[in-house]
Design a protein around this ligand. Structure first.
Ligand code: TXA
Ligand code: MG
Length: 348
C-alpha cells in the first residue's frame, strides 16, 4: 500500500499520479471527501467494483455511490434528469448531497445492486475534485471502512480498517463534515431523504418543496433494499454504545446504563475517580463521576465533525462501553441522531 500526503488547500494533480495510475489499472484508492474518506475504484470497470465489495466485506445487495467531477459528468450516468435534480445539483453540488436517479443503461448492475437507480454525488473536497479531474473517470466510492464499522474521517482510520486491501491511500487530512452525505431519492413519486446528513430536510425543501424523511429500513439479507444500506447496525464502534438521557443526574444515568458498574471499579488516580472501561460523550454539562467524560461541541456541525474521530479514538484506547447523551430533537441534528441511533443498535 502506498500513502500519498496531499495538501488539501492546494492539491497538485502531479502529486496524484500514483493514485490515478492505480485507478486506471483497476485498483482501489482511498481518498478524502468533505464527509468521510471514500474507497474509490473506476465505476466503469466491473472487476474494480468487485474489489470494493471484497475489500469492505460489503454484501452485494448494498449499492454504491458514484462520484463525478461535475454535474455534467453525473448527468451522463442517468437516464432521466428531472427539474428537482437540476435544482438540487445547482444548489448543493459540489457538496455533501447524494441524489438517487434512474440509471443510464451503461451503469453497472453491481453498483446499483440490480436496482434501476444510481446514487450520484459531486464531492466538494479539493483533493476529491483534483483526483476526479485527473483520473477522468467516475469513481465508485463507499466509505473506506469494513462494512458495519464506523466510517473513516482520517487516512489513519482507513489504514487501520482496510490495511493492504487498498492500493493507494490519499491522505488529505481530516474530513471537515465528518458524517456521510445526505441521500435524497428522486426516483420515488415524492422526493425522499433516505439518509439524513449535514444538508437538512429544510435546506432541501427550500429548493424543491416537499421532501419526505424515510423511516429506517430493516436489513434484509439476500434482497435489494428499497432504501438500501439503511442497515440497522451500521456506523458502530467496537465498544458497546448506549444512548442515555442527559436530563438524568449523571451518576444515576451511568449506574442505570451499566448494571454492576458500582461493583467492579472505579479506580482513583491523582485524587480523581475513573472507570477504566466506560466513556461518556457528553453534550450537556452533567458530571459522570467514575467515567472518562468527553465534552462534545454543542452545535450540530461541530459535533458531527468530531463524532467518528472520537469513536475511533475511544475504540483504539480500549474502552468497552461508550455512553452517549441523546442529542437535541432538532432538524439540524437529524444526521447525528441517525448515526447514534444506528450505532446503538445491537448493543443490548
Ligand atoms: O458521504 C458519503 O456519502 C460517503 C462519501 C465517501 O461519499 N459515501 C458513503 O457511501 O457513505 P456508502 O456506500 O457507505 O453509503 C451509500 C449510501 C448507502 O446507504 C447506500 O445503500 C445508498 O447510499 N445507496 C447507494 N446506491 C443506492 C441506490 N442505487 N439506491 C438507493 N440507495 C443507494
Ligand atoms: Mg458506509
Amino acid at each position: 500500500m502506498k500513502i500519498l500526503s496531499i495538501d488539501p488547500a492546494a492539491p497538485e494533480a502531479g502529486d496524484l499520479g500514483a493514485a490515478v495510475d492505480a485507478l486506471r489499472a483497476g485498483g482501489l484508492v482511498a481518498f478524502p471527501t468533505e464527509t468521510v474518506y471514500g474507497l474509490g475504484a473506476n465505476a466503469l470497470d466491473p472487476a474494480a467494483v468487485a474489489r470494493i465489495f471484497a475489500a469492505k466485506g460489503r454484501p452485494e445487495y448494498n449499492p454504491i455511490i458514484v462520484h463525478a467531477a461535475n454535474t455534467e459528468a453525473a448527468r451522463e450516468l442517468t437516464s432521466e434528469w428531472p427539474l428537482a435534480a437540476a435544482r438540487l445539483a445547482d444548489a448543493f453540488w459540489p457538496g455533501p448531497l447524494t441524489l438517487i436517479l434512474p440509471k443510464a443503461p451503461h451503469v453497472l448492475d453491481a453498483l446499483t445492486a440490480g436496482l434501476p437507480n444510481v446514487a450520484l454525488r459531486v464531492p466538494a473536497h479539493p483533493v476529491a475534485q483534483a483526483l476526479l479531474a485527473a483520473a477522468g473517470l467516475p469513481l465508485a466510492a463507499p466509505s473506506a471502512n469494513r462494512s458495519t464499522e464506523v466510517s473513516p474521517t482520517t487516512a489513519e482510520h482507513v489504514v487501520r480498517s482496510l490495511g493492504e486491501a487498498v492500493d493507494v491511500v490519499v491522505d488529505g487530512g481530516p474530513c471537515p463534515v465528518g458524517i456521510e452525505s445526505t441521500v435524497v431519492s428522486l426516483a420515488s413519486a415524492t422526493p425522499t431523504i433516505l439518509r439524513p446528513g449535514s444538508i437538512t430536510q429544510d435546506d432541501i425543501s427550500a429548493v424543491i418543496g416537499v421532501v419526505l424523511m424515510a423511516e429506517g429500513e430493516k436489513e434484509r439479507p439476500g434482497a435489494a433494499l428499497p432504501s438500501p444500506g439503511q442497515m440497522d447496525r451500521h456506523y458502530a464502534p467496537r465498544a458497546e454504545l448506549r444512548l442515555i438521557d442527559p436530563e438524568r443526574s449523571g451518576l444515576v444515568a451511568l449506574l442505570e446504563a451499566v448494571p454492576g458498574l458500582d461493583a467492579y471499579l472505579p479506580v482513583r488516580i491523582d485524587g480523581r475517580t475513573y472507570d477504566e472501561k466506560t466513556a461518556v460523550l457528553a453534550y450537556s454539562s452533567a458530571e459522570y463521576p467514575g467515567a472518562r467524560v468527553v465534552r462534545m461541541p454543542q452545535e450540530a456541525a461541530g459535533y458531527a465533525t468530531n463524532l467518528y474521530a472520537m469513536l475511533h479514538e475511544l475504540d483504539a484506547q480500549g474502552y468497552q462501553r461508550i455512553l452517549v447523551e441523546r442529542v437535541p430533537d432538532e432538524p439540524e441534528w437529524a444526521g447525528v441522531r441517525d448515526r447514534l441511533q444506528r450505532a446503538s443498535q445491537g448493543s443490548a
